[in-house]
Design a protein around this ligand. Structure first.
Ligand code: GAR
Length: 216
């Protein structure tokens, strides 16, 4: 089976990026990280990519808000196309993708989020989970659609919220699961085992042929 090429968009420290780089290097996923793109020139994620010998690019977002300009999106699409990526994985990318990018990579963009969606979409979600008093939180990998953290769910993992947890402690517990399930989701995609029906993602028992992920 051929290995898929993954493009990663990241804004920050890049621990999920690192988990995918390590999983790829250790042969745990049939995927190569082909390119990393950040909207922040100083993102640690870019340093991690360069250290691992992965092509790393800063794309100026040209604005402060949550959305990228059309020009920035075009630049990102150009870079991802040049790298011939099969899959785009958002790893702590703190921008909302516009319709052009979503259409261009339709059903081929995934995101990791630190809550059990649909609970707590958006930002500062570990704090929100603690304040709400939930007894379980967790992590979700989902396909990206036009909403914020609303796309079809691929994999989830739950973690308990324990007495005395702080935002930092809970975030760390969730992060451990994020690193595990992000690699799992990428591998399921690489094996062509994800089938989207409406908003439900079915996980097929058998690997599909090389073209499997084109037929989601
Ligand atoms: C992760 O917890 C990720 O789930 C979250 O940002 C963190 C990035 O950490 N993403 C979101 O909240 C997106 N809505 P990392 O840079 O170490 O991977």
């Amino acid at each position: 089976m051929r290995r898929i090429k993954v493009g990663i968009l990241a804004s920050g420290r890049g621990s999920n990026l690192q988990a995918l780089i390590t999983a790829s290097r250790d042969g745990k996923i049939d995927a190569d990280i082909a390119i990393v793109i950040s909207d922040r020139a100083d993102a640690v994620a870019l340093e991690r990519a360069r250290e691992a010998g992965v092509d790393a690019h800063y794309v100026d977002p040209h604005r402060k808000g949550p959305r990228l300009t059309e020009g920035s999106e075009s630049e990102i699409i150009r870079l991802l196309d040049e790298a011939e990526v099969d899959l785009v994985a958002l790893a702590g990318f703190m921008r909302i993708l516009g319709p052009r990018l979503l259409r261009h990579f339709s059903r081929r963009i995934i995101n990791i989020h630190p809550s059990l969606l649909p609970s707590f979409p958006g930002l500062h979600v570990q704090k929100k989970a603690l304040e709400y008093g939930v007894k379980y939180s967790g992590a979700t990998v989902h396909f990206v659609d036009e909403g914020v953290d609303t796309g079809p769910i691929i994999v989830q993992a739950a973690v308990p919220v324990l007495e005395g947890d702080t935002v930092e402690i809970l975030s760390e517990r969730i992060l451990g699961e994020e690193h595990r399930i992000y690699a799992e989701a990428v591998q399921l995609f690489a094996e062509g085992r994800l089938k989207i029906e409406g908003r439900v993602v079915h996980i097929l028992p058998e690997r599909r042929s090389d073209a499997g992920f084109d037929q989601l």
